[in-house]
Design a protein around this ligand. Structure first.
Ligand SMILES: [Zn+2]
Length: 465
């Protein structure tokens, strides 16, 4: 009897204690993604087997077990990601988005022939505000469908690219191109610089768009313009994007003209410093890797473009040993030929194993870091994106692991790098907003974008005929 009384009292106490906690403690949030294997990419490398992410507005508010999130939060919207992996959205650190409209236009050519016979003539005759808008819509569609949530761009008419990117709901670092010769949106480098400044002023502080300055390369700009471009981005506190040490030809040009390597030349101009993101960095020495690290320069590795154009193999294991902020990029679709960051991660891992003869280099974890948190570091955005942690922006993707190709599943990171494809992405969320749910596009009219792109292809074909 006494025991029974005790049990009743104990049960009552539990009920009294549990009830207020379940109600008053349960916070209403905008979105809960639950029942997933959550690969956080945080500093501790947490992977939650039955995990969940609570999102409120643009931000992640908690990443815990599904049970813990269920106790603490109630989502206005809930996504049950059972049997799938949730991870930070992928970060493409180098591309030229509108060039998707030149995809497959010309392949298997030497770089200069490819540029002179096809890309430059096509660009001269087709690049316009309407062209970059159509190209950006197609690129955004492809990127959202393949799990990229942030991308880095260097092209022309970046203000048009920015508007389309914002409409699609993606995050991007967009660099207005500065180049010595006349191009579609500027006749002189001075005009390009003033365009870049207006672009920065128009988009600074935008929650999704980070405006940037993109001096094309050391071999397409004189010293005064390189310095002016760097000064412009420093003055506004925005990133500087540049191609660097991509090919042997670039090194030869630099040696012939300046008696220095491309890295040494830019350093002699005082160009290298925090906020600079260098694409490629293929032809660099061990000392130059240390110099890039000490200057706080981020690097974008683009394995597929480097392979397709036979540019060379970047010393990625060296960059990783030196802990350089090394991200991954696809480069433009004309030299890849797609924007699938899963392919970029897999290719990066396989390429460097083959190159070094050491299967231990560029592990699945390192490739995934390059596609997420290291990419965020390369962009100087590691406090905002790149991992699933409370307080960061809610940029995440849900990847299917239910198919024959993903079965069985022992190690999530292994599958994400060695098995997954862009098409396996089911749901893409940026800034807390669902852009694709279960493969259904919510911000882009897929049919219209594809029709428009095919119509532009007719004009591109005519331009290179
Ligand atoms: Zn490029």
């Amino acid at each position: 009897m006494r025991i029974r009384m005790f049990l009743v009292v104990a049960a009552l106490c539990t009920a009294i204690v549990a009830l207020p906690r379940a109600q008053a403690g349960q916070r209403r949030v905008s979105l809960v993604v639950t029942n997933a294997t959550v690969v956080t990419m945080d500093a501790a490398g947490r992977i939650l087997q039955n995990g969940a992410v609570a999102i409120d507005g643009s931000d992640i508010v908690a990443v815990e077990t599904a049970a813990a999130i269920g106790r603490q939060f109630r989502g206005s919207q809930t996504i049950d990601a059972g049997g799938q992996i949730v991870l930070p959205g992928l970060i493409n650190t180098h591309t030229h988005a509108p060039m998707v409209l030149y995809r497959g236009l010309a392949d298997d050519l030497a770089l200069m022939e490819w540029l002179d016979k096809y890309i430059f003539p096509a660009e001269a005759k087709t690049v316009s505000p309407a062209f970059v808008r159509a190209g950006t819509r197609l690129a955004a569609l492809e990127m959202i469908q393949s799990g990229t949530t942030t991308y880095t761009d260097m092209y022309y008419f970046e203000e048009e690219i920015a508007k389309e990117t914002r409409a699609a709901g993606m995050r991007a670092v967009l660099g207005q191109t500065i180049i010595q010769f006349p191009v579609a949106d500027a006749r002189t480098p001075q005009e390009a610089l003033s365009r870049a400044e207006s672009f920065i002023t128009a988009f600074k502080g935008d929650p999704l768009i980070t405006p940037a300055v993109a001096p094309h390369a050391m071999y397409t700009l004189d010293a005064a313009t390189l310095r002016a471009a760097r000064e412009l981005s420093t003055r506004h506190g925005v990133p500087t994007l540049i191609h660097l040490a991509e090919t042997r030809d670039e090194v030869k040009t630099s040696q012939d003209q300046h008696r220095m390597s491309p890295v040494a030349y830019l350093d002699s101009l005082g160009f290298l410093g925090p906020g600079v993101l260098a694409a490629h960095g293929v032809w660099v020495s061990e000392q130059e890797i240390a110099l890039l690290k000490s200057r706080g320069v981020g690097v974008s590795h683009n394995p597929e473009s480097n392979m397709k154009l036979a540019s060379g193999t970047a010393p990625v294991p060296g960059y990783l040993r030196a802990d350089v902020a090394l991200g991954l990029g696809t480069d433009g679709a004309a030299s890849n030929n797609d924007l699938d960051m899963f392919e970029a991660m897999r290719t990066a891992s396989l390429l460097h194993k083959l190159q070094t003869g050491d299967p231990r280099v560029v592990s699945a974890r390192e490739a995934l870091e390059m596609g997420t948190i290291r990419g965020a570091r390369a962009l100087g955005m590691q406090t905002q994106i790149g991992s699933l942690e409370a307080g960061k922006r809610a940029d995440l993707i849900v990847v299917s692991m239910r198919g024959a190709r993903q079965t069985p599943l022992y190690e999530p990171m292994s599958h994400l790098v060695y098995v997954a494809r862009g098409d396996d992405v089911r749901t893409t969320i940026v800034h807390g907003k669902v852009l694709m749910r279960d493969r259904k596009m919510l911000t882009i009219d897929e049919g219209a974008v594809l029709r428009d792109a095919r119509a532009w292809a007719d004009k591109v074909r005519a331009a290179v005929r």
